[in-house]
Structure formats: C-alpha cells, structure tokens
Design a binder for this molecule. Structure first.
Ligand code: ZN
Ligand code: ZN
Length: 377
C-alpha cells in the first residue's frame, strides 16, 4: 500500500478544526467522490475511502489524540484502531449516521444539494452593536451565540456509546414512507423516525438521542463598510444544525449603529454642522473639519451664508452597489454672539452706522436703569 497521507490534509482542515468543521469537510469530499457520482471511477473510489478513513479517525476524540501525538503509527496498524475499509458498503455501514440510508445519494445527504427529505436547521438571529466609525470602516465582531452543536459524546449519532443507530424499520432508512392516494403515491415523513431514517435503541445520555447539545460558541461576524442601522447580514451555515442530515440554518445579524456626537448619516453621505463666526462668514476662512477617517480642510469663501453646505467628495460611506463612496457634507452655521465685549459692541455699532440701519440703543447697566426709574417718577 502507498504511503498514507496526512488525515488533516486529506480533509483539507486545520489541525485545530472542530468536530463540526471536520464533519462538514468530510461531507464535501464524500459528495465529490461518492461512488454514485463517479460510477466505475477507481480513483474516485480510492479518494472516497481515503476521506472516510481520515474522518473515522478524526471524529473520534481518542483516535484523534493518538494520531496527533504519534501519526499513523499511533493507531497501531490493523486491528487496533486503524480504519480498514474493505469496500464502499463497509463505509456506508460505518457512517450510517451520515449516509443515513444505505449510502444512496438519492435519499441521503448527498442528493441534489442535500437530497430529498432533508431539512436545513432553523435560522438564528443576533444583534450586533457597532460604532458610527465602524459602520463606515467595516469591522469584524466576535459574538457569543448559544446554539446546538454536534454532541461530543456520540459524535452526533444520538446513540449511547458502544451502540450504533440502526436503519429505521418502518421506512427502510429512507426517512419517508409512501402512501397511495388514487393513482399516485405520496411521500410522507416517516412517523417512526421523524425523517431521520435511523432509530436508536439506547439514546446517548449526554444529548438524549438528539445528537446535539446546546453550547455557547464564538462566531466572527465580518461587517462590511457602509452598513447602516437595521442592516441585516446573512451568515450562511451558522444557525441551528439540521435534525436529519441537512445543512445548518443561517444566522441573521441585525446591525445597530451607535449615534455619533457630531456626525449624522444621510443616505451614503455623512453630514456635520460646523459653527463659524460672523467675521469668518463675512471675510472667509479655512476650517479644519473632522472626517470619518481623519481630518480635512474646507475653504469657506467670503460672504458665506448661515446654513450653506460644502461637499467633500468621496469622504462619505462606501456604497455596496458599485464600491464608490458618498460625500461628506459640511454645513456651516453662523453663530450670533450672545454677549459682546465693549470694544466688540463699538465695532458692531460702527458697522450698523455704515449700513444706515436702525439698531437698539446701547444697553444700559443696572444702576442707570434705577436712575431712570427714579427720575421719571
Ligand atoms: Zn449524544
Ligand atoms: Zn423511519
């Protein structure tokens, strides 16, 4: 026999891959090299056996540990834990929990996507809070999610240790039964195994036979730049596991963006208001304004009106459609001084005199007003 390849390499997974990832990797390979897909193809059959062997070791925590420490030698050759499949049928019976129904692609995991009768797991929802800046730059958030995972104790089969699930006698492992209705026969989910195709004599005590146990898992959520409040992101295959060999459901992430102290969002544009003085508005100035990523300088021409807006091209939010960016809109607000010093008041009165407009008389101090009050009476 040729030199054995590394089991992790065969499945294309990392040394630290979790049970679920290993299972998924095997699914994928088994689908690709399944004999039903490659009739008479010897290479495919070898690949199929190779993947099954790798999976059989890596899914078993005990064997995996020995393999990690000592390599193929650790499995002690034939008869001591090294898998030795003689035929494809042998593989089907070993992995009955995966192939479900005699290994046929038409009834198990491997048919057209996921085959007849299989159901995807339920979808899950989560909420992710991000800052205004993160909504602009994009960010990866790690969330904790409680969901069902493959039971460690039984590897997902649901059968107590030392026992194996059996093909359901009622449906013959198909998960469906056929009832004739007039000329037609109608497929129904098998009531005995509820569509799983397998029955368990002695359920695994850790998961009660479901093959799943609830766990808190950490999931990385890649959030693209440009998301806004209420954006819903679909993370495929991170929902609940299927209860009959289908794919996991999806995870839907709802984005919540924290309000910013001085930025607001309008479509793909980011808006900020900047106060300027009378003199700046009248004489013109150059302002340094904060932007989503840094700072920018804006030229305010002489004679700028309160409320006037200035557009900084390309400094807004990333658009999903065409990967271009919105603008930053700077709105200047001319602030009227609330209190004037004596000299300031003099200058404003001079200006008013030049404009020849009526202005209120000079404000009087408190004592002056008292004096007026007494002199009038
Ligand atoms: Zn279990
Ligand atoms: Zn059944």
């Amino acid at each position: 026999m040729a030199k054995k390849r590394d089991y992790y390499t065969i499945l294309g997974v990392d040394k630290n891959a979790g049970a679920d990832e290993i299972r998924k990797a095997f699914h994928k390979l088994a689908m690709k090299y399944h004999p039903d897909h490659n009739p008479g193809n010897k290479t495919a059959e070898e690949k199929f056996k190779e993947a099954a062997e790798a999976y059989q070791v890596l899914r078993d925590p005990d064997k995996r540990k020995r393999y990690d420490m000592y390599g193929h030698e650790g499995l002690g050759g034939d008869g001591q834990g090294a898998p030795n499949f003689t035929s494809v049928e042998d593989i089907f019976s070993q992995f009955a929990d995966i192939f479900g129904s005699g290994g046929s692609i038409f009834e198990g995991v491997f048919g057209g996507g996921f085959g007849q009768g299989t159901r995807a797991g339920a979808s899950l929802k989560c909420k992710v809070n991000i800052t205004f800046e993160e909504s602009a730059s994009g960010v990866t958030k790690t969330i904790e999610l409680r969901r069902n995972e493959i039971c460690d104790a039984c590897g997902g089969s649901g059968a107590a240790s030392g026992t194996k699930p059996r093909h359901c006698a009622t449906c013959g492992g198909r998960g469906q039964i056929y009832r004739s209705q007039g000329f037609f026969s109608v497929a129904q989910t098998c009531p005995a195994c509820r569509g799983k195709g397998m029955t368990i004599d002695k359920p695994c005590s850790a998961c009660g036979g479901s093959g799943h146990t609830p766990k808190v898992v950490r999931i990385k959520i890649p959030i693209p730049p440009g998301v806004e409040e209420g954006t819903r992101l679909r993370i495929p295959d991170e929902g609940e596991p299927s209860d009959n060999h289908g794919p996991r459901g999806d995870l839907y992430c709802y984005i919540s963006v924290k309000e910013h102290d001085f930025f607001t969002r309008q479509g793909d544009d980011v808006v900020c208001q900047i106060p300027i003085t009378f003199s700046q508005a009248a004489l013109g100035t150059e302002l340094e304004v904060p932007t989503l990523k840094n700072k920018a300088r804006v030229k305010i021409p002489a004679g700028t009106q309160s409320g006037q807006v200035f557009r900084l091209r390309g400094l807004g939010f990333r658009r999903f459609r065409d990967k271009t960016e919105g603008d930053q809109i700077v709105q200047v607000v001319v602030e009227t001084p609330k209190k004037l010093g004596q000299r300031q008041e003099e200058l404003f009165r001079e200006l008013a005199a030049m404009d020849d407009t009526y202005v209120s008389p000079q404000r009087k101090g408190f004592m002056d007003r008292w004096k007026d009050y007494f002199s009038d009476s």
